[in-house]
Design a binder for this molecule. Structure first.
Ligand code: CA
Ligand code: CA
Length: 305
């Protein structure tokens, strides 16, 4: 059963009972949606809205309240072994974002001499950094994931279930393909950035609250080797591991496997194609696992599944 996309969307508010700090199959869903139905996720910033001024520092939040995600949303009919396609129909962000610097954290925490917080105004699609620099906003989703097969994964950690992938191609118009490990998939979304660069080297983007409108589709009894993001002209395979080297090597394996399934080509040929037309990119290097992605043009992958 599907509902018309024009049906008024349900809204999942970021209330106390609908914000989670780990993805877990045991969680009670806060809402149910059928595939095709529009759902709005209201999302807190990664500090849970607790940093409001430049005198509120990262340490005032506490690790247990970092990276809240809104959900989980139960997708009717989703069964283990399916793939959940999440179409990002819109991302609206608030009118200011926050960046925090913390000594010892991020890619080069040794260069951060004292903790600080910066308020970054975001207006009419523009990001105002400091007094003089203005950039075009590019709202993206840092955390989007389903529940893992067993146990729980903190919302700050990426993995096969998606989660904190901090992958900046997850924008309005993209579709994110995630595995369904438990009945209903249990989708959650959080950690919006008005702007973020590959690597996220300080440890944050322009962290901002907002509203994400999605609709879902189920690919029944289809599994992908890893999360995949589809944009207008490419698919991006996404993978995370302890080190960038491991992440990259494993991602190439996943990408070959996906290409071989989709095109029927031999693995060696897929590798050759990836070697000349695939683009290996860094998503982030500051989370508990590092995340990389492979941009695979649609011209060499064809259609997914
Ligand atoms: Ca993040
Ligand atoms: Ca973030």
């Amino acid at each position: 059963m599907t509902k018309s996309p024009d049906f008024p969307p349900k809204t999942l508010t970021a209330g106390q009972s609908s914000v989670i700090y780990e993805l877990c199959g045991e969680h009670t869903p806060v809402m149910t949606a059928v595939p095709g139905e529009n759902v709005v996720f209201e999302v807190l910033d990664c500090f849970g809205g607790l940093i409001k001024t430049e005198s509120d520092l990262f340490d005032s939040v506490g690790w247990e309240r970092i990276n809240p995600a809104t959900g989980p949303l139960f997708i009717e009919g989703a069964e283990p072994g399916d793939t959940l396609a999440v179409e990002i129909k819109d991302i609206e962000v608030g009118d200011y974002g926050i960046m925090t610097a913390v000594p010892g954290m991020g890619a080069r925490g040794d260069l951060v001499k004292k903790p600080s917080t910066m308020i970054v105004p975001v207006k009419n699609g523009l990001v105002y950094f400091g007094d003089h620099l203005i950039f075009e906003a590019r709202p993206m989703i840092g955390v989007i994931g389903t529940a893992p097969a067993t146990g729980s994964v903190p919302t700050g950690t990426p993995g096969p279930h998606g989660g904190n992938m901090d992958t900046r191609v997850i924008v309005k118009g993209s579709t994110v393909y995630l595995p369904v490990f438990v009945r209903g998939a249990l989708l959650a979304i959080g950690d919006l950035h008005a702007l973020m660069g590959d690597g996220e080297v300080l440890m944050c983007g322009v962290e901002i609250p907002g509203r994400v409108t999605i609709s879902t589709r189920l690919l029944r009894k289809k599994t992908l080797p890893c999360p995949v993001v589809e944009t207008g002209d490419a698919y991006y395979t996404v993978h995370s591991a302890q080190t960038l080297d491991e992440a990259a090597s494993e991602l190439v394996g996943h990408s070959v496997s996906l290409m071989a399934t989709c095109t029927g080509r031999a693995p060696e040929e897929c590798l050759a194609l990836l070697s000349i037309r695939g683009n290996l990119q860094i998503s982030q290097i500051v989370d508990p696992l590092k995340t990389v992605r492979m941009e695979i043009p649609k011209s060499i992958l064809g259609s997914l599944l």
